[in-house]
Design a protein around this ligand. Structure first.
Ligand code: GDP
Length: 297
């Protein structure tokens, strides 16, 4: 079994919120994530975000940070939840102002609510002829989601993701929501967190994006992720820069696992590779047995 290190009150430090953007197809999820990503390339850093690693961390002018999960919408969110991964702190539900609250929007709202994840609404495409944000707000009101300027508790921001209008205001509301959650983690222990995505790369072997939820992950650490193990051979951020450690709420692409765990699997850093292998083998055996049982039925 895995012994978790117990945190004392004084060990906890505030951590950035982890945010997922969800909404109906074509309402502007990708445009919003792309805009945020490109607008927040830290000044002076070479490149820009060069690779898709499924998550990224942005830094505002005042130094505050937000981590975004850049996964294909709420399917990943549900898949991760099904494995018990509680990764998201806040959900941005994006709705196009020239359309309606759609079935997928409602599904996204229900997923976030069921997970107890606070919602911030982003009413998008306000630059478009025919955009009617008030109509969207009234549709939300009819579903008992009353936004702030209608006297309700839900934060809501009108934006144009394509033109980058009011994105800072949206992030401000996300950070306000985060403040109320008082998100904290102990950075000074062995890392634990979740797998965001993993695949086999021809040249580099298994490449895996991990999101650290507590502790600090370092190059050389012994990892157990799902039923796979390995040493962290190298770590990169979303800009493709080599890094040697990542703290709470931060993602990293790592090399060194001996297989591809699934999105939503959790990962742990263990003291010895022998421990990691032992647990991995047990998990594998358990999966095999469950597989046999389902085949028989
Ligand atoms: P997704 O399916 O939710 O990821 O939506 P996309 O980001 O791919 O956007 C769908 C379409 O809407 C694309 O053609 C975008 O260029 C367009 N779009 C997204 N945001 C805006 C916006 O704020 N204004 C306008 N006019 N078009 C937008």
């Amino acid at each position: 079994s895995i012994e978790e290190e117990v945190d004392e009150e004084g060990d906890l430090q505030s951590r950035p919120p982890i945010v997922t953007v969800m909404g109906h197809v074509d309402h502007g999820k990708t445009s919003l994530l792309d805009y945020v990503r490109h607008a927040n390339v830290i000044a002076g850093e070479a490149g820009g975000i060069t690779q898709h690693i499924g998550a990224y961390n942005v830094k505002l002018d005042d130094g505050r940070r937000v981590s975004f999960l850049d996964t294909p919408g709420h399917e990943a969110f549900t898949a991760m939840r099904a494995r018990g991964a509680q990764v998201t702190d806040i959900a941005i539900i994006i709705i196009a102002a020239d359309d309606n609250v759609m079935p997928q929007t409602i599904e996204a709202i229900n997923h976030a609510s069921a997970a107890g994840v606070p919602i911030v609404f982003a009413i998008n495409k306000i630059d478009k002829v025919g955009a009617d944000p008030e109509r969207i707000k009234s549709e939300l009101a009819n579903m008992n989601y009353l936004v702030e300027d209608w006297g309700g508790k839900y934060q809501c921001q009108e934006i144009s993701a394509k033109n980058g209008v009011n994105i800072e205001e949206l992030l401000e509301k996300v950070l306000l929501e985060a403040e109320m959650l008082e998100l904290k983690a102990n950075p000074n222990k062995r890392a634990i967190g979740s797998v965001i995505e993993s695949s086999l790369d021809k040249g580099r072997g298994y490449v895996t994006t991990l999101l650290v939820q507590a502790g600090t992950l370092k190059v050389g650490d012994v990892l157990l992720a799902g039923s796979y193990t390995g040493h962290v051979k190298a770590m990169y951020n979303e800009r493709g820069n080599k890094i040697d450690k990542v703290g709470p709420s931060e993602p990293a692409l790592i090399l060194g696992l001996n297989g591809a765990p699934q999105a939503g699997d959790n990962f742990h850093v263990l003291e010895s590779e022998k421990d990691a292998r032992g647990i991995a083998n047990k998990r594998e055996q358990l999966q095999r047995e469950q597989g046999l049982r389902t085949q028989k039925h």
